[in-house]
Design a protein around this ligand. Structure first.
Ligand code: NAD
Length: 275
């Protein structure tokens, strides 16, 4: 079964499930990306800071899948924020990937203390208007950061990639996205693997002959979120994309909703992150 597409606010279509490649060594990325493409993945999430854009690009070039059938995201790292710096960083990223155009480019973190994200966003708008990137978005932006972008440039990000998993469900952030027409993409959608021993998830999974990982990903899919689980292991990659042949009930969705925790955040807080 193929992965459904989500239509972003600019009309671009993105596969709802993709492969995250954070911490994947550059020299291993070609083989893993090729294996993912062979297993039905058509969406890869990388970033300049991951240091594997070259490897991701090689995997795509060496695969049997056409470039235009693969949706690739990369992200601008924090020390390259600023108008001119962004244009240079974008050239570096697409150069390493070996592409003419990128599908989605994200500002990786807002870095509010640096106060450069609005000028950075203006460079993103230029790149989109020049046709060098199909869609532009952000990552880790708080509602007030999003509102500032819209107020000062008139251009709403297509998507915001934020930490989101059953222990950190981001209800108010999701409500802000819905109000602005911004799609929500989940990073660390499996809680970096920490959630997989949660008894409630294991119990639900056993009813369908599925794993806890598949139940989490299915919950995200049914909420209409975009999700990018990471695995370098071929069996797990296959497992993570096999979530379109069962459906959680409303009661099960509510059981998972009850796992939300105010201490559930794993990564940095975007309001104070400064790195
Ligand atoms: P994740 O939640 O996807 O968990 C990945 C880990 O879970 C793997 O290392 C593996 O150990 C384990 N795992 C995966 N599938 C499994 C399975 N089926 N069974 C058992 N264990 C399994 O964590 P992540 O890598 O942090 O997040 C996914 C992607 O999100 C990243 O690769 C990256 O692309 C993106 N990301 C973005 C940001 C950001 O700031 N924008 C931050 C973190 C991650």
């Amino acid at each position: 079964m193929s992965v459904p597409m989500i239509t972003l606010n600019d009309g671009t279509k993105i596969p709802q499930l993709g492969l995250g490649v954070w911490k994947m060594p550059d020299d291993e990325a070609p083989g893993i990306v090729m294996s993912a493409l062979n297993n039905g993945y058509r969406h890869i999430d990388t970033a300049a800071i991951y240091g594997n854009e070259l490897g991701v690009g090689k995997g795509i070039a060496q695969s049997d899948v056409a470039r235009e059938d693969i949706f690739v995201t990369s992200k601008l790292w924090n020390d390259q924020q600023g108008y001119d710096e962004t244009l240079r960083a974008f050239d570096e990223s697409v150069g390493k990937l070996g592409f003419d155009t990128l599908d989605l480019y994200l500002i990786h973190w807002p870095m509010p203390a640096k106060d450069k994200f609005v000028e950075t966003w203006k460079a993103f708008i230029r790149l989109r208007d020049e046709g060098r990137v199909r869609a532009i978005g952000v990552s880790n932006f708080l509602p007030e950061n999003l509102e500032r972008l819209v107020d000062e440039t008139g251009v709403t990000p297509a998507l915001n990639q934020v930490e989101l998993h059953p222990r950190f469900q981001q209800l108010s952030q999701r409500a802000a996205h819905a109000k602005l027409g911004i799609a929500t993409e989940c990073w660390s959608p499996l809680g970096q693997g920490e959630l997989l021993t949660e008894p409630a998830l294991i119990e639900i999974a056993s009813r369908y002959g599925k794993s806890a990982a598949q139940v989490i990903l299915r919950w995200e899919i049914q909420l209409g979120l975009i999700t990018i689980p990471k695995s370098s292991n071929h069996d797990r990659m296959r497992e993570n994309i096999s979530v379109f042949d069962f459906e959680l009930t409303m009661e099960e969705m509510a059981q998972i909703a009850a796992l939300d925790s105010k201490d559930g955040r794993i990564g940095p807080d975007p309001a104070t992150a400064d790195f």
